[in-house]
Design a protein around this ligand. Structure first.
Ligand code: ZN
Length: 508
């Protein structure tokens, strides 16, 4: 073909424009969640919808499709992992997904999501599942329709959930995810039973009084020492902590502070810093293109959880940082030994709320939601029977029985304000991958745990940057796992990690 570089340049200019509209929209959202006065809400919703619409129109412009067609011979002449080939490949994947869904359907889905969210927000405190049931039924119907735009058309889809899973975790199949989850459940249920048969850890020390100012300074320090770059980011307060990026040079995190629960700000800050370090570590050459940004929700969660749990809840990390934490809060912690603090931040208990669950039970909450999603999509479970099915699974998997739907089937916004299918698996895939990547990092650098116990996280961060972060979205999660570990997704390293840590904590 003639002059592929000119065509590629044209494509990049187009993509950067789309990216700029999306970044402006992300900034509107960040502002809304941090500093915007209440009075701004109505106009902000409209402004955000306007930018989304323009960005979608620009991205689905047939001109992009034409450029991608023209660039195919050039792409095929390059190695698979060349930057140009990857940019064309990933753009084509996103473009084909975007153009397969008719704009009228997207409008219907978006408007139903907004209505359904409003009804859920009002019905949940009233414990009124009957009120949300018709909205959830319509959401299920729309989720199936969304999937139908791809099924049959796209080779490789075997299950109605596959196209939905692809949106967040491209390349993961319902069949593989189900199989790995079933293995994990088989290991976790007895582990939780063995742990909870013992005397629970006393974590009252975490609920003493921790003045906000001290939590804030300590949180900033911890984010900095693990490697979050404040020259290219900042930390602000919000209700529901999140990470957002406007460019590789501006990746922001948010947290919330509870003066009577030390865990809140501390661990959500480390979690979000983990997400943000991934984004900050992407190759700067990918700026403004679909190659910038993390590759999947599972890989993203693997990073937030690796830093939050594997590092941030480890004994070594606190051997170094606990005296510093005690110095900030002498009234609350002077009489609490390191060992009690370590046991407190790793307390395992059967509970009903996913977002408050500990590291060991958390995946059981996620996997039962994934299975229920599949059953709904397959038509094996009716929405009206969902609350009952929910209770049965909580009893079977967690030995905990929700007294009401508020803290049962209505606790998460995902199905009510999003879509049914493909929204939960990323959390547990992330935990599984955190074990895989941690083991691989230790194979390359056995000195990492010793360094962390000296307050040094640089070797681990450097390994993650080289092997995961810098690639952005170039590789799918499965490709990345294959490159890093030489094999497919497997639960064994994660199980080994849990068994070692909790085996020692609970003398199992
Ligand atoms: Zn996260």
């Amino acid at each position: 073909m003639t002059n592929p570089q000119a065509k590629l340049q044209e494509l990049k200019i187009h993509l950067i424009e789309v990216n700029d509209l999306e970044a402006a929209n992300a900034l509107l959202y960040w502002d809304q969640s941090t500093y915007m006065p209440e009075g701004g809400a109505a106009a902000r919703a409209r402004q955000s919808a306007t930018l989304s619409k323009i960005a979608h129109e620009r991205f689905t412009d047939p001109g992009i499709g034409k450029l991608l067609d023209n660039l195919r011979p050039y792409e095929e002449s390059l190695p698979y992992d060349a930057d140009d080939a990857s940019l064309i490949r990933i753009t084509r994947r996103e473009y084909e997904r975007a153009v397969k869904v008719p704009p009228a359907f997207m409008a219907e889905l978006t408007s139903h999501q907004a209505d359904s969210y409003q009804v859920w927000a009002a019905a949940r405190p009233q414990n009124d599942f009957a009120r949300v049931q018709p909205y959830l039924e319509k959401m299920l119907d729309l989720s199936r329709k969304y999937s139908d735009f791809f099924l049959g058309e796209t080779p490789g889809y075997e299950h109605i959930a596959d196209p939905l899973i692809d949106v967040a975790d491209y390349g993961m199949k319902a069949s593989t995810v189900s199989a790995r989850f079933a293995e994990l459940r088989g290991q976790l249920v007895p582990l939780v039973e063995a742990i909870t048969a013992q005397q629970p850890a006393d974590d009252t020390c975490l609920h003493r009084h921790f003045p906000e100012a001290g939590q804030w300074t300590f949180g900033l320090d911890i984010a900095r020492v693990i490697g979050y770059d404040f020259g290219r980011g900042r930390l602000d307060k919000t209700h529901h902590p999140f990470t957002t990026e406007f460019s590789i040079g501006d990746v922001r995190i948010t947290t919330r502070v509870d003066e009577h629960d030390l865990r809140n700000a501390l661990f959500s800050t480390i979690h979000e810093a983990g997400h943000a370090m991934y984004e900050q570590g992407v190759n700067p050459d990918y700026e403004g293109t679909p190659l910038a940004g993390g590759t999947s929700s599972g890989v993203h969660e693997s990073q937030s959880r690796l830093w939050e749990n594997v590092v941030g809840r480890s004994r070594g990390f606190w051997q170094f940082y606990y005296p510093k934490l005690q110095a900030v809060f002498p009234d609350a912690l002077a009489d609490v030994p390191l060992d009690s603090f370590y046991r407190s931040i790793n307390k395992v208990q059967r509970s009903l709320i996913r977002t408050e669950a500990d590291e060991v039970t958390y995946n059981l909450h996620v996997m039962l939601r994934f299975d229920l999603e599949l059953a709904l999509l397959e038509g094996k479970l009716a929405v009206r029977d969902l609350p009952e099915a929910w209770r049965a699974r909580y009893e079977a998997d967690l030995g905990a029985f929700p007294a009401d739907d508020k803290d049962g089937v209505m606790q998460d916004v995902h199905w009510y304000g999003g879509i049914i299918g493909g929204v939960f698996q990323g959390y547990t895939l992330g935990n599984i991958m955190s074990g895989l990547f941690w083991e691989a990092a230790l194979r390359a650098h056995p000195e990492i745990p010793g360094e962390i116990a000296q307050g040094q996280c640089g070797t681990l961060l450097g390994w993650l940057q080289d092997n995961i972060y810098r690639h952005g979205s170039k590789y799918t999660a499965n490709e990345l796992i294959e490159r890093v570990t030489g094999g497919p997704l497997t639960i064994e390293p994660y199980i080994r990690y849990l068994r070692t840590k909790y085996g020692e904590l609970y003398e199992l």
